[in-house]
Design a protein around this ligand. Structure first.
Ligand code: NAD
Length: 433
């Protein structure tokens, strides 16, 4: 089949590349010409394991193309995917500017019947808005299908090929059948429903996962006060099939481009129909407190002030295996520390360039964990990169005078930590040293 993908961010590029890998002819369209030039040469503008290999392979096979011209991308398309951003606006609602612009681009440039597939996360009812823009802007027949995306950054390629389900919300059998045909080679179960339910499935799923994270973090904070160990608590809870063991890792909360904005958007979607989503408000509130936890703990350790202290942050991306800094805990932590008079040095294996854009000039950047920790008064671990989890704790005694470590991701075993001459704090587990 011939497919166009509008927007080549984490979702659009992975979708386009994966669809080409299963045999479709795909043209990815982005407004950013520099990005398009890079992608034409086989370079991915984002860090995502396995993506570049598949890109170069499918470009060479003549199945994957890139352009900044919508008319060129849409010429032969049987399906056009919308994968543009839906960022959070100042009031928590989803900003649909890019979605509406993409719908207008489609209306302006299509010349043949097409199915428009919305991959972007959009509030319930948005696909009707897209359909209306298309109906008003073109006489060409087109139907809009909701096909929300569930990939996780850092394992996006793997997730696309091994997803638990593909959700398709459509209003005709013809469109549903086209989606079945597109996805058949993936061999993943397809859940069919109507458009609004599909839109809601995405928000409900992200809100549920965020709730699980905030719940275990609240339990972790209680464990801290009561002397229990959240790791054992989560393991014991997770053995109950009704609960499950996933998403029960206590830490410094969720970040990234999805959970924060999608939980806020769902609160707003609910309030539009006079529903106070108090549970989700609490989830958001707990997360905000949790992201600031490292600063409180470190201040407490130093008797209330970090003024003049050198603090090393290990891991800056919002999670491992990505260069994405959107809503990363490192932003809250570094800003708070700097405002409190600390000197902050950050290290990340991949996200440093993006971190510099978000946190310009306020932080020093190191090229290795060794360089970051040299002479530091305290270390805060913010992202559980393998490289960081595999550090020898002896590094801290070697590089720091009186080593203090706050591990916001519970990367290290308490027994291991107790073998070293360090003060080691983590989340919901007894402190060591
Ligand atoms: P992104 O911001 O990384 O990328 C969006 C891209 O779209 C940019 O490259 C931009 O230049 C391009 N663009 C914007 N308007 C355009 C237009 N009219 N024509 C062509 N290109 C245009 O976004 P993302 O992180 O890939 O997210 C996209 C959507 O998918 C969002 O709704 C998001 O909530 C959802 N989603 C994201 C993830 C994730 O992990 N990032 C997971 C699931 C769902």
């Amino acid at each position: 089949m011939n497919i166009a993908v509008v927007g080549t961010g984490y979702v659009g590029l992975v979708t386009g590349v994966s669809l080409s890998e299963i045999g479709h002819t795909v043209t990815c369209i982005d407004l950013d010409r520099q990005k398009v030039d890079k992608m034409k040469q086989g370079f991915s503008p984002i860090y995502e394991p396995g993506l570049e290999e598949l890109m170069t392979k499918n470009i060479a096979a003549g199945r994957l193309f890139f352009t900044s011209q919508h008319s060129e991308g849409f010429k032969e398309a049987d399906a056009i995917y919308i994968a543009v951003g839906t960022p959070e606006r100042f009031d928590g609602t989803a900003d649909l500017t890019y979605i509406k612009a993409a719908a207008n681009d489609i209306a302006e440039h299509i010349t043949k019947q097409v199915v428009v597939v919305t991959k972007s996360t959009v509030p319930v009812g948005t696909n009707d808005v897209i359909q209306n823009i298309l109906s008003a802007g073109t006489d060409v027949e087109c139907e809009v299908v909701s096909n929300p995306e569930f990939l996780r950054e850092g394992s996006a390629v793997h997730d696309t090929f091994h997803g638990d389900r593909i959700v398709v919300g459509s209003s005709s059998e013809k469109a549903a059948k086209l989606m079945d045909d597109i996805y058949a080679p993936f061999n993943i179960p397809i859940f069919h429903t109507n458009v609004k339910s599909a839109e809601m499935i995405k928000y409900a799923s992200n809100a549920f996962l965020a709730t699980k994270i905030s719940f275990i973090n609240e339990i972790a904070n209680l464990c801290d006060s009561l002397g229990a160990n959240v790791e054992d608590v989560a393991a014991g809870m997770g053995q109950d099939d009704r609960i499950g063991s996933k998403f029960l890792n206590a830490g410094i909360g969720y970040g990234g481009s999805c959970f924060p904005k999608d939980t806020s958007a769902l609160v707003q979607i609910a309030s539009n129909v006079d529903h106070e989503f108090n549970l989700l408000r609490a989830v958001i509130d707990v997360n905000a407190h949790q992201q600031a936890l490292p600063v409180h703990k470190i201040k407490e350790h130093f008797g209330g002030s970090v003024r003049g202290k050198k603090i090393a942050l290990l891991g800056l991306a919002f999670k491992p295996n990505t260069d994405d800094m959107r809503e990363a805990a490192s932003i809250v932590v570094s800003q708070e520390l700097i405002l409190s008079g600390a000197e902050v040095v950050g290290y990340d294996p991949i996200a440093t360039e993006n971190a510099k854009k978000v946190l310009p000039e306020i932080m020093e950047y190191a090229d290795s964990p060794e360089e970051a920790t040299e002479g530091a008064d305290a270390v805060i671990i913010l992202t559980e990169w393998d490289e960081i989890k595999q550090l020898d704790l002896g590094l801290f005694t070697e590089k720091m005078l009186e080593p203090v470590v706050f591990d916001g991701r519970n990367c290290f075993d308490l027994k291991d930590a107790s073998k070293h001459n360090i003060v080691y704090y983590s989340v919901g587990r007894p402190s060591v040293g």
